[in-house]
Design a protein around this ligand. Structure first.
Ligand code: SF4
Length: 324
């Protein structure tokens, strides 16, 4: 599929046909299993100031927390005991956790559970990625967010898209399964940018891609912009499934936030094959507020969505218009 065809499918084609094609490819290439990945949000401190994110350093309205390494390890043991085979360690770009601290956590979790470990801890010196790979980390998630370099720098003051792409390529070279990601509906983003996001995901040979709508967050410069559209987000899911058939696509929490009833179900019908329930302790869960009203997807809720998808339960009638 070339850029012109992608642009056509981002707007003009039937979503029901596009989603059905993506669903078929998902079934043929990935099977019918929906993979569960348990997230631990272990710190909401961040040294960066991303324009859209509620955890940005300049946001003084956030109550900050850090879990201790012992807490993180015990939560990971709980995830494995619940039958979830992958632990995702997520934080802001928090250098108070040294490379060695995180390496020790990885080794302790590996020793006690054997679970696959995914890191989502932001941009670090390349030597940190090497240390964590040697310690046993398997996967690394780092959303590129937009393939438009100018918009990327507006999103991440002082940063360049090329730095992030270099990091993703370096991680891949170390043998990590890598995940990039797209935010759909960013202020100033065009459909051409989204087509480039799809093509960039293919170029990066990403093993995973997190696709979520932009959701405004109080306390950020972009608090008053409208959220991204569900329909466009689903089109991006379907296109990335079609163009990267083997990729893993999580039905993201951002979709559950945009549409608590059906967001993740619709993603599973448009090519997604992963859900990431949250195992962060309740006392800190509400503090990891990247965006407003962030959904809290528990293991039970994830299993309920998967069950609806398996039974081919139709989304609510209000979505009929999307699928004409
Ligand atoms: S998006 Fe990530 S790096 Fe940027 S401010 Fe939020 S937590 Fe920090």
């Amino acid at each position: 599929m070339n850029r012109t065809e992608i642009l056509h499918h981002l707007t003009a084609s039937s979503l029901v046909d596009l989603a059905a094609r993506a669903d078929l490819v998902r079934m043929q290439c990935k099977g019918d299993e929906v993979h569960l990945r348990g997230i631990i949000e272990f710190s909401n401190h961040c040294i960066r100031d991303c324009t859209y994110c509620g955890l940005r350093r300049a946001n003084r309205n956030v109550e900050r927390y850090r879990l201790t390494p012992d807490e993180v390890v015990e939560l990971a043991v709980g995830i494995a005991a619940a039958g979830v085979a992958t632990v995702v360690l997520q934080s802001g770009d928090d250098f108070a956790y040294t490379a060695r601290d995180i390496a020790c956590i990885i080794m302790r979790i590996k020793e006690r559970t054997g679970a696959a470990i995914t890191l989502s801890v932001g941009e670090r010196p390349f030597s940190h990625y090497e240390m964590w790979r040697k310690a046993g980390a398997d996967r690394y998630l780092m959303k590129h967010e937009t393939a438009n370099p100018e918009l990327y720098t507006i999103l991440h003051p002082g940063k360049r898209l090329e730095e992030r792409l270099d990091a993703l390529r370096f991680l891949k070279g170390l043998g990590y399964e890598t995940g990039n990601g797209v935010i759909v509906g960013l202020p100033g983003q065009t459909l051409e940018d989204l087509a480039d996001d799809v093509l960039l995901t293919r170029e990066l040979c990403a093993d995973m891609c997190g696709i979520g709508p932009f959701i405004p967050q109080a306390g950020t410069p972009w608090r008053d912009f409208p959220a991204g559209r569900l329909e466009t987000t689903l089109r991006v899911f379907a296109l990335i499934r079609l163009i990267c058939p083997e990729i893993n696509l999580p039905a993201t929490t951002a979709l559950a936030t945009l549409d608590p009833q059906d967001g993740q179900l619709l993603a599973l019908m448009a090519g997604a094959n992963v859900i990431m329930p949250n195992f962060t302790p309740e006392r800190t869960r509400g503090m990891y507020k990247i965006y407003d009203n962030k959904a809290d997807v528990s293991l039970e809720q994830a299993l309920a969505v998967i069950s609806r998808a398996r039974r081919r339960v139709a989304p609510s009638a209000r979505h009929a218009v999307l699928f004409q």
